[in-house]
Write a protein that binds this ligand. Structure first.
Ligand SMILES: NC(=O)c1ccc[n+]([C@@H]2O[C@H](COP(=O)([O-])OP(=O)(O)OC[C@H]3O[C@@H](n4cnc5c(N)ncnc54)[C@H](OP(=O)(O)O)[C@@H]3O)[C@@H](O)[C@H]2O)c1
Length: 280
């Protein structure tokens, strides 16, 4: 099994999956493959002659891979992006496990989003899965993005598959509306790359001055372990979660899809925590 991306050198997925394999009875190895953007078609079809059980996909392949697959799961097709491909008897099926990873991270945290108002910062690849999950359960979801067109497009896409969901979109410049949405929201999820290593000292994407201490603030970033946004949220008394639980749980779901076996979540956590400290 493996990972196709460009670049792939800094990914924690190989260490995480190889740790799960090492404590299982399975005879697999997980290898990172650096695949140039235009090579994803032949690279993904090569799983069949090479006998590779499946791969994860990361930037820039999650959307580009779609035309080269034989089947796409409902969730991946709703989101328009694939992060997991399984090769079953020469048939390539695309899945997206980011949503399951996010849901399972919330379950592990023992947090219910149902009926709550949520804000999602960012409208890129990761935001699509998060908005899809939240839109199905929350009372409302507001997507805030630097490029408002991208937020609008994301809201319209999710609305087509979940017509009953209450979805809004804003730009970071809509200061008054953003403030109103923040006062109302109990869940804030940062899916932008703002604050990611090595740019750890840049301002948080939003000012949390008015956030309630009952809120949950999630940052999908895991390097650093606590972004400026999470630190400010914690200092205001809010509950916080970084990106490691989602990383582990999306990986665990890919592992189940490829092998039919339950991976050791604790080994996966141990591996990514050790490697995440090591790469700083
Ligand atoms: N924990 C996990 O399992 C997991 C999974 C996936 C991703 N992630 C993390 O999530 C983050 C986003 O990944 P992605 O795949 O969604 O990337 P992406 O598709 O490139 O999207 C990046 C998002 O960040 C916004 N952004 C970038 N720089 C910004 C800035 N200076 N100010 C305001 N907004 C800015 C972009 O806004 P524009 O649209 O305006 O450019 C866009 O909304 C990364 O940090 C990634 O590591 C974590």
């Amino acid at each position: 099994m493996g990972l196709m991306g460009f670049p792939v050198e800094h990914s924690l997925s190989p260490v995480m999956h190889n740790a799960a394999i090492a404590v299982s009875d399975l005879q697999y190895i997980y290898i990172p493959y650096s695949v140039l953007p235009d090579d994803i078609g032949p690279a993904i079809r090569s799983l069949i002659p090479l006998g590779i059980v499946g791969v994860n996909l990361t930037i820039p392949h999650k959307e580009r891979v779609l035309p080269f697959l034989d089947e796409i799961s409902l969730e991946a097709s709703a989101i328009g992006a694939v992060n997991t491909v399984v090769n079953r008897h020469g048939m390539l099926t695309g899945h997206n496990t980011d949503g399951v990873g996010f849901r399972n991270a919330l379950i592990e945290f023992d947090y219910q989003v149902s009926g709550k108002h949520a804000i999602v910062l960012g409208a890129g690849g990761a935001a699509r899965s998060i908005v899809y999950v939240l839109a199905a359960e929350c009372a409302s979801v507001t997507v805030v993005n630097r490029s408002p067109e991208r937020a609008r497009e994301l809201v319209e896409t999710i609305h087509r598959v979940l017509p009953g969901a209450v979805l809004n979109w804003l730009s970071f410049e809509d200061v008054d509306k953003l403030r109103e949405a923040l006062i109302r929201s109990e869940v804030v999820v940062n899916t932008t790359s703002v604050g990611m290593y090595p740019h750890v000292d840049v301002d948080a994407p939003i000012n949390l001055e008015i956030i309630s201490s009952d809120s949950l603030v999630i940052d999908l970033i895991y390097n650093p372990v606590e972004t400026r946004l999470l630190r400010e949220a914690r200092l205001r008394g809010a509950k916080t979660m970084n990106g490691l639980p989602m990383l582990v749980h999306q990986g665990a779901e890919s592992f189940r899809i490829w092998t039919g076996c339950e991976p050791s979540i604790s080994e996966m956590y141990h591996a990514v925590r050790s490697a995440n400290f090591a790469i700083k």
